[in-house]
Write a protein that binds this ligand. Structure first.
Ligand code: GLC
Ligand code: CA
Length: 555
């Protein structure tokens, strides 16, 4: 496989709005990222993935783009962006941005023209989006189909002036683009080229498996198969790959939830013309409870199915073995904080956060670390619905109440599962707003900033130093390209595997649970020496969330 600049890198995802507020208006910004580059360099990460920085009315925190060529005033200016790029380069860091191609904001000029029949270019722009006439039922106008949006509620919104509905698979302020329209695609490609010329090193391509729709619009409820993973979207991605991604040697990460193995290779196999890497989320909701009808789907918290998670890791490593690279990550800005979700954010907070890091980041693959994960940030501590910010929360809260859930049950689901859990301000220190800003931030800081913060973790045994050591060890020993042998994929309590690099073997032994479990060196320790631990090893037992990494040099 041809060597690429990103093969031995660790990626770090920055949720711009919540990372650091340099001008103290309560909103994270680009200058804030610039001022934390030394921190990131010290952490050892080399690629920064920045969440959408474009001009936007912020219905979905920037995933609703109003002007692709402009930096949001919340975040700064194009000059700030250029400075970020050049400051990052000085530290050998690369910048990849979020590329939102499935939809625009309803405030984008294209959509404004599209919905206004008196606009001189109405016809041209109307076809940039997806429209359907009402379905007439007993003389009444109804939605074309019952398809449901990813954020809850219908995918169709009526525009009276046209007597038609437009499609939006996310919020109604995010109309879907018509990828069958070549003029539209050419406009987007010109925009991508513009950012490449400005020096971005790659993209994380948002919602990339949704670009094609089923244009016969069959009835379906929720009907999501009509706008997910339809074969033709690969043609669009190949067009982008051949014309832009490959010739510019970009690092591209496609977001395609639920991709199969075959699809994954199509997206990001070594001969693929689409992406460099793929994110598919298979292990991200391994604890849903299908019997819960009050707060259903991802909102229903059940017990964690660890064998499913471990098998998913093994499956994806195998899928890309000799075929490309796969990504390793706990989560992004759309899932709960991992220490709360799969670990323990109470008594075993520190220990379980280290265990989760040691278990995941000794696996081969390209790591993507989510801001705040490296200090064990937790889910929100909110008591009031008004404290939440995510557009999805409010529709879903109403759905839960309509399903018969009490306010308390609905709130618990939001506290456990909502996307705001992973979007609270970065906790830099224990001052009023966690050192994020001197002003009340756009979303409340978690009050555990008093104990959980970067400043408090400048010690040799913190969660933060565990991350630093793991990241540096990966780089030094090329763990991204290692091979793994799994020893207990069916075990619901422990995770035992070996990682083989060119010169070394590592043995990882972890207790994934809060129970003490019996463990009798299933893998002989032979010449292995203890290298990293989150507690003292005991004979024949693993205490709650114990994790040990052993090491040996191959003769
Ligand atoms: C992706 C993003 C998510 C956003 C959605 C619509 O799934 O990760 O945050 O809401 O796309 O752009
Ligand atoms: Ca700011």
């Amino acid at each position: 496989m041809q060597q690429k600049w990103w093969h031995d890198a660790t990626i770090y995802q920055i949720y711009l709005r919540s990372f650091f507020d340099a001008n103290n208006d309560g909103i994270g910004d680009i200058k804030g990222v610039i001022s934390k580059l030394d921190y990131l360099e010290d952490l050892g990460v080399e690629v920064l993935w920045i969440s959408p920085h474009y001009d936007s009315p912020m219905d979905d925190n920037g995933y609703d783009v109003r002007d692709f060529y402009k930096v949001s005033e919340d975040y700064g200016t194009i000059e700030d962006f250029k400075t970020l790029r050049s400051e990052a380069r000085k530290r050998n860091m690369k910048i990849i941005t979020d590329l939102v191609l499935n939809h625009t904001s309803d405030e984008h000029p294209w959509f404004k023209a599209a919905k206004d029949p008196s606009h001189p270019e109405h016809e041209k722009y109307k076809d940039f989006y997806i429209w359907q006439p009402p379905k007439m039922v007993n003389g009444a106008r109804e939605k074309p189909t019952q398809w449901k949006s990813w954020f809850g509620g219908a995918v169709w919104e009526y525009v009276e002036a046209l007597d038609e509905y437009y499609l939006h698979i996310f919020s109604k302020k995010m109309p879907d683009l018509n990828w069958r329209n070549k003029t539209m695609r050419d406009e987007l490609k010109a925009m991508i080229q513009w950012w490449v010329d400005l020096g971005v090193d790659g993209f994380r391509v948002d919602a990339s498996n949704h670009l094609e729709k089923n244009w016969s619009f069959p009835e379906g409820d929720p009907g999501q198969e009509n706008f997910s993973s339809l074969p033709k979207h690969h043609e669009y991605l190949q067009e982008l790959g051949e014309e832009l991604f490959l010739p510019n040697d970009l690092l591209t990460i496609g977001e395609a939830g639920g991709a199969s193995r075959e699809e994954a290779l199509q997206y990001a196999g070594k001969d693929s013309k689409e992406f460099s890497l793929l994110i598919q989320f298979e292990h991200c909701w391994a604890d849903t409870d299908d019997s819960n009808h009050l707060t259903p789907g991802k909102w229903a918290k059940g017990t964690v199915d660890w064998p499913a998670i471990k098998k998913s890791f093994a499956k994806w490593i195998k899928t890309y073995e000799n075929e490309g690279f796969h990504t390793i990550y706990w989560h992004n800005h759309d899932q709960p904080r991992v220490v709360s979700h799969y670990g323990n954010d109470g008594q075993y907070w520190e220990k379980s956060a280290k265990m989760l890091a040691m278990s995941l980041y000794m696996l081969p693959g390209i790591p993507i670390i989510y801001y705040g994960e490296e200090i064990g940030m937790t889910n929100v501590d909110y008591e009031h619905l008004e404290q939440f910010r995510d557009v999805e929360v409010f529709t879903e809260y109403q759905n839960f109440i309509n399903n018969g859930a009490s306010h308390e049950t609905a709130m618990q689901a939001l506290k456990d599962r909502s996307r705001d859990n992973a979007r609270t301000p970065m906790q830099w220190d224990d001052t009023t707003y966690g050192g994020f800003s001197s002003k009340q931030p756009w979303i409340d800081v978690n009050q555990n900033k008093d104990t959980i913060n970067v400043k408090a973790q400048q010690t040799s045994h913190s969660i933060l130093s565990t991350y630093k050591t793991l990241i540096k060890t990966r780089k030094k020993n090329d763990i991204n390209r290692a091979r793994a042998t799994f020893h207990d994929l069916d075990d619901p309590e422990t995770f035992v595997y070996e990682t083989h690099t060119e010169n070394n073997d590592y043995l990882i032994i972890a207790n994934l649970t809060e129970n003490t479990v019996t463990y009798r060196n299933q893998v002989p320790l032979d010449d292995y020496e203890l290298w990293m631990a989150n507690s003292e090893p005991k004979q024949d037992a693993l205490e709650p969330f114990d994790a040990f990494i052993y090491y040996k040099k191959r003769p």
